[in-house]
Design a binder for this molecule. Structure first.
Ligand code: ZN
Length: 327
């Protein structure tokens, strides 16, 4: 939909927030675009919702304790806690996949107003994000301001608590009826805004951002800063949300780059990654921040690099994605 919604009429609101789980964080750096998939798999048919039961592949006898990946990374089989599946930059949250709220989530969030650069604005001091996403937002908005000379973007929404999502839902139901609310407002617990990895962008004149005109640069370049346009035309059946050019989701630069290259929504991408199991061919991504090797582990037995920097994210469904910087 490309109407000019006012800020009260949010229809979704998903925001997941990565539980605290800290495995390695990958250094990102550089700036150079262009990434290639060295090993293109057959694209799996994504249905976006298929949730397989979590396999407690408890460091079993069936898997060797150590492997060397296709690009030569020595890894050791490691048992991760099951609840880690619900945390990380790649968790999928939608109308069918609920967010698992971590304890004390608010402790890990940063106030945008306190930490933003002067390249953009934020509605008020109540808008929060996870630190990694906020840092990436600063980078993107600095680049946009430098490129366009404009500092007119206003962040109008970020993290939402379950209580606030309930408030939005109740408010919509009261004003427009329950049916309308059920159609346009995410149920509490199912909004991507819970994650702390999502922002809604608006303008200083009170409109949501459009993908055309002055802000087209953001839509076209956001992947180089780790962001994707989460809800696009043509993907409604998969995402459950109509076109929302103002809603951006942080997933990190390599995955944002691959998502855009493949033309996928996040639902499709999470399925696509399953074509790169840890015991098989891995996904190779070249992007502005470097070269990466990526693999998917179903269950909680995951091969982690012995020394190579990597980041690990659950998919919020049935396993983990390991993203390793190789160059
Ligand atoms: Zn949104």
């Amino acid at each position: 939909m490309t109407t000019k919604p006012n800020y009260r009429r949010k229809r979704h609101g998903i925001y997941i927030h990565p539980l605290i789980w800290c495995l390695l964080v990958l250094a990102a750096g550089g700036s150079l675009l262009a990434w290639h998939l060295h090993r293109a798999p057959e694209t799996p048919a994504p249905d976006g919702s298929g949730a397989a039961p979590i396999q407690s592949s408890a460091v079993s006898d069936e898997l060797p304790g150590h492997i060397v990946t296709p690009s030569g990374i020595a890894c050791t089989l490691t048992q991760l806690p099951e609840n880690s599946i619900y945390t990380g930059n790649l968790i999928l949250v939608n109308n069918w996949t609920k967010f698992h709220f971590p304890k004390n989530q608010e402790d890990s969030l940063d106030c945008i107003l306190d930490k933003r650069t002067d390249s953009y604005y934020v509605r008020d001091s109540s808008v929060y994000l996870l630190p990694e996403a906020l840092s990436a937002l600063n980078d993107m908005m600095d680049a946009f301001a430098a490129e366009s000379g404009k500092k007119s973007v206003q962040i109008v929404a970020g993290h939402r608590t379950v209580e606030y999502q309930q408030h939005l839902f109740d408010q919509s139901a009261k004003q427009n009826g329950l049916e309308h609310a059920q159609r346009y407002v995410a149920q509490p617990g199912y909004s991507e805004h819970h994650t702390g990895l999502t922002v809604d962008m608006g303008t200083m004149t009170g409109e949501f951002m459009d993908s055309a005109g002055d802000y087209r640069w953001i839509t076209e370049n956001c992947q180089n800063y780790g962001w994707i346009v989460r809800y696009e035309t043509g993907k409604e059946e998969l995402t459950g949300i109509w076109d929302e050019p103002w809603h951006f989701r942080y997933v990190g630069i390599p995955h944002a780059t691959e998502i855009v290259r493949m033309g996928y929504c996040l639902e499709e991408y999470i399925e696509y990654l399953k074509a790169f199991p840890q015991s098989g061919s891995h996904l190779m991504i070249d992007c502005v921040s470097g070269h990466y090797e990526v693999w998917y582990a179903q269950g909680t037995g995951v091969y982690l690099p012995d020394s190579t920097p990597c980041s690990i994210s659950g998919n919020n469904i049935d396993g983990f994605i390991v993203t390793c910087k190789t160059a």
